[in-house]
Ligand binder design. Sequence first.
Ligand code: ZN
Length: 138
Amino acid sequence: MRRALAVASTSPEDVPVGAVILGPDGAELAAAGNERELTGDPTGHAEVLAIRRAAARLDTWRLEGCTLVVTLEPCTMCAGALTLARISTLIFGAWEPKTGAVGSLWDVVRDTRLNHRPEVYAGVLENECAALLRNFFR
Ligand SMILES: [Zn+2]
């Protein structure tokens, strides 16, 4: 999570959210911060960018055994993307009551109608992750 916090502010104009993907052996495969403002891409969330980079690195869309660490509760798009990528473990920091899709507004990753459900650990370094966002919006 400290690594995710470190990459969260790579684009100064974007909301600071950082994501890191670890391979089955625990080694870092990819990292990304939000790049929506930087690139003008509405799908440029940290999680989606990290998933794309990890998949390119492994040369497969199946990220089974991989862990996604992100500083903020994923939105519906990112929760959907990590489910489609077959990410095995999701670890996130701060809760996002306005758009969160891992328990706050929706619970996409634990929807039993989907055929893949990652293990979830919430609230890791929650205060630090939330403080980063608070400081940005202040
Ligand atoms: Zn998202």
